[in-house]
Design a binder for this molecule. Structure first.
Ligand code: NI
Length: 266
């Protein structure tokens, strides 16, 4: 989806994609196809053709992977979207891997087309604050502003608010938890840190991520670094080899993360 397109267009395309996947178009079965329909008398009132109402884009967030049946692992990409996110999305699509993006508000508003693409391609989008702020050192007013501003920016793009948040640096406290709960947000930390922001070396990043591949793991990466994106094909290949399914965080957590609860991964 490109910048500047009306939300209606977006939802329309989303609907078309969903209907295509579903294989049927409501209202497409007309009476004439049965062969028994008689021509109505000229006085008959025309049957109003209902405008098919497009399903919301939120439908793309419905569970796609049953992690009770599959051995799931969640790759998470923070701080974007950025200049390398589109390339990452191409790689993920080629491997049919679903991931979660924790986006910062100030980046989201610059890349609405990428946020849309992420969701349309089956990934999940979560809140990572507006300015990448350390929330446990912020005033309550600031925490509200950082979280609400970002959720609203995401809602303006997608038509719905996120249900996951990741506090920058994993830094949270009871105040953040309470606000997250009131906003319907689960707090998602991680169990595997690749330190990819520090080591801009794709072999190192891939090795750390691959070492952490296990069922239930939540792996921290950043799609703003080209070296991280370069590491992804090796990670996807290793996951496949081990019979692991790349799933969104919500799917990894059984489809229903609890607002205000903090999840660390396995
Ligand atoms: Ni971050």
């Amino acid at each position: 989806m490109r910048l500047g397109e009306k939300p209606g267009t977006v939802v329309g395309l989303a609907a078309a994609a969903l209907l295509f996947v579903g294989g049927s178009v409501p209202g497409s079965v007309s009476g004439s196809s049965t062969g028994t329909r008689t021509v109505p008398p000229p006085t008959a009132a025309p049957t109003p053709t209902p405008t098919p109402s497009a399903p919301p884009l939120k439908d793309f967030q419905r569970p796609v992977t049953d992690c009770a049946k599959h051995k799931c692992v969640a790759l998470t990409f923070d701080d974007g979207p950025g200049d390398h996110t589109a390339r990452l999305l191409d790689m993920l699509a080629a491997a049919d891997a679903k991931v979660t993006f924790f986006v910062v508000g100030e980046q989201a508003v610059h890349y609405p087309d990428l946020i849309l693409r992420e969701v349309e391609e089956g990934h999940e989008v979560g809140n990572h604050t507006w300015h990448h702020t350390q929330l446990d050192r912020s005033s309550i007013a600031r925490i509200h502003k950082e979280i609400d501003g970002t959720s609203k920016a995401i809602e303006r793009i997608l038509g719905f608010k996120p249900t996951l948040m990741r506090p920058p640096y994993g830094a949270t406290d009871a105040r953040v938890a309470k606000i997250a709960k009131s906003r319907g947000l689960a707090e998602i930390i991680w169990s595997v840190d690749t330190d990819d922001w520090r080591d801009r070396n794709s072999s190192i990043v891939a090795r750390r991520a691959i070492r952490g591949l296990r069922p239930g793991a939540i792996i921290l990466l950043h799609d703003i670094h080209p070296t991280t994106v370069d590491a992804v094909p090796a990670i996807l290949k290793a996951a496949k080899k081990r019979g692991l399914t790349l799933a969104t965080v919500t799917d990894l957590l059984g489809g229903n993360p609890k607002p205000g609860k903090k999840y660390m991964g396995e």
